[in-house]
Ligand binder design. Structure first.
Ligand SMILES: *[C@@H]1O[C@H](CO)[C@@H](O)[C@H](O)[C@H]1NC(C)=O
Ligand SMILES: *[C@@H]1O[C@H](CO)[C@@H](O)[C@H](O)[C@H]1NC(C)=O
Ligand SMILES: *[C@@H]1O[C@H](CO)[C@@H](O)[C@H](O)[C@H]1NC(C)=O
Ligand SMILES: *[C@@H]1O[C@H](CO)[C@@H](O)[C@H](O)[C@H]1NC(C)=O
Ligand SMILES: *[C@@H]1O[C@H](CO)[C@@H](O)[C@H](O)[C@H]1NC(C)=O
Ligand SMILES: *[C@@H]1O[C@H](CO)[C@@H](O)[C@H](O)[C@H]1NC(C)=O
Length: 453
């Protein structure tokens, strides 16, 4: 029972977007997985939660495991593919796993260990490899979109797709995205990731500059099928004046917020009717750019030096700005709205990026002190520079897919969903009775938080 269950799960995880027949089969497996979880569930799981329509009865009903903070690796089925790319936490069987025959009986090599035409022995991932991998929400959304589009052209082309049943199954998994609102506060790196997400679901990210210099802007996209809204507030030079190169006091952040973002903040409303359902923020790269530029002027050099360690003043100022940003967000939407800090993505440059690492370490520390969880995207993608489209922005591809999957993992959780080792053991409610689920694992996840970047 156990092994066939996991076998089905491996299928479900890796063959998500395969052929029609395969997909139908898989979707049923996935559904089976949900139902299995209701009845059995892992140890410590309360049998009283039925498909997300009951309150969590006890604080300790579920194990709190964040797959994205487990050691693991980014699994790409082939190089540079968006499909099926996922974070794979290492699993307990890894140390005993069998590899394919590399030597013959005389000890001569018969296979190249680096052969990537045979990614796995027997052309299939070992049973346990993808078992704990988090749900690929982004892949499911793209699959849904594709099938919906195909079905909507059925009438004009007269060709039956037979997708209707799969679409209905996907709707059962994705229903919780309805009317949700995500607010991402940060820089252009966030804007780029959001636009990849929106584009691939055929939604446009519309930008409105909010000041004449284009330093700050507000971007919005709505994924129509789910009325899921993603809003991007680009902070730009907040904390610094880019035209005069002047450092501003941390308090001056308030003026910019009041002028550029607060006037529209009421319109960022999700399922709870009062605020975004999840906020993710990041603010490192502009600060770094400001510091390194000022340093270049100060030492009168042509070349920017990214290998310099920030001095104490810079660290203190940055931390102050970060703290101010967090308190602006909390003042705006209240403490009950989950806020995440997205860790810094390092630059794709031949230079080092020490200042960014310093800022990120400071931010991690500040977040621990201020009770803010992190979404550690920057750490997971460190070194994957060939997937950038320029020095700072990530291209559409495996990394942007990973980002989207991560964001949805946290949004799912913020809505009361619980996923444990790749199993969806609790689905969110639409009536918002279980949003307290965020708090259930918050303390555990705060304890797991990596302080060193
Ligand atoms: C990965 O996704 C692609 C495209 O949807 C699909 O053709 C392929 O079969 C998938 N591979 C696996 C191993 O699931
Ligand atoms: C489920 O909840 C009911 C009512 O609160 C309780 O009587 C019952 O013991 C619970 N069952 C389990 C398996 O926890
Ligand atoms: C979309 O969701 C928002 C937030 O819940 C809601 O205010 C709005 O009425 C919804 N729009 C539609 C068309 O359902
Ligand atoms: C989404 O919002 C609209 C408008 O407020 C409402 O009519 C609809 O029932 C909501 N959908 C869900 C699933 O809550
Ligand atoms: C930034 O500096 C410029 C030039 O000194 C000044 O004109 C402008 O008002 C400053 N901007 C803000 C927002 O303070
Ligand atoms: C990945 O594929 C995209 C689209 O085909 C291409 O633009 C990009 O250069 C590729 N990146 C790598 C690292 O191969």
């Amino acid at each position: 029972m156990q092994s066939s269950f996991y076998g089905a799960k491996v299928f479900a995880n890796i063959l998500l977007a395969a052929t029609v027949v395969a997909t139908l089969f898989l979707t049923l497996q996935f559904r089976g997985k949900l139902l299995t979880s209701e009845n059995e569930g892992p140890a410590g799981y309360s049998a009283n939660s039925t498909y997300g329509h009951e309150l969590i009865s006890s604080e300790n009903s579920y194990e709190c495991i964040n797959p994205y903070s487990q050691p693991g690796f980014i699994w790409m089925e082939t190089r540079n593919t968006t499909d099926n790319t996922t974070w794979v936490p290492f699993y307990s069987g890894l140390l005993d796993e069998q590899f394919s025959q590399i030597w013959d009986t005389k000890g001569e090599p018969v296979d190249k260990i680096v052969d990537d035409t045979r990614y796995f022995p027997n052309k299939f991932p070992p049973n346990d490899l993808l078992k704990n991998a988090p749900t690929q929400w982004f892949q499911l959304l793209r699959q849904y979109k594709k099938m919906r589009d195909a079905v909507s052209t059925e009438k004009s082309t007269g060709r039956k797709t037979g997708y209707t049943k799969i679409i209905r199954e996907l709707e059962k998994q994705l229903y919780w995205l309805q009317n949700r609102s995500l607010l991402v506060v940060g820089d252009s790196a966030d804007g780029t990731l959001i636009s990849h997400l929106c584009n691939s679901l055929a939604a446009d990210l519309d930008y409105e500059p909010t000041n004449g210099l284009d330093e700050t802007s507000i971007g919005t996209c709505n994924i129509r099928e789910w009325n899921l809204t993603i809003t991007h507030w680009q902070l730009g030079c907040v904390g610094y004046n880019c035209s005069s190169s002047a450092v501003e006091t941390p308090e001056s952040i308030d003026q910019k917020w009041d002028r550029y973002f607060i006037p529209t903040s009421d319109s960022v409303v999700g399922q709870n009717g009062a605020s975004p359902d999840l906020v993710i923020f990041q603010s490192g790269l502009w600060s770094e750019q400001f510091f390194v530029n000022r340093y270049r002027e100060y030492v009168n050099r042509k070349i920017i030096d990214y290998s310099r360690t920030l001095n104490f003043n810079e660290l203190v100022l940055y931390t102050r700005l970060l703290r101010r940003t967090i308190s602006k967000l909390r003042d705006l939407y209240g403490y009950q709205v989950p806020i995440l800090y997205r860790t810094v993505t390092l630059k794709n440059t031949v230079h080092q990026d020490i200042a960014a690492l310093n800022l990120d370490s400071a931010a991690r520390y500040a977040c621990r002190e201020l009770d803010i969880e992190i979404i550690d995207f920057g750490w997971l993608v460190r070194g994957y520079y060939s997937f950038y489209s320029d020095d700072v922005n990530i291209d559409e591809g495996p990394l942007s897919a990973l980002w989207a999957n991560m964001v949805f993992w946290y949004l799912f959780r913020s809505q009361g969903g619980v996923e444990v080792r790749g199993d969806l053991v609790r689905m969110p409610d639409m009536d918002m009775t279980n949003v307290g689920a965020w708090d259930m694992c918050h303390d555990t996840f705060m304890k797991d938080l990596k302080i060193r970047s």
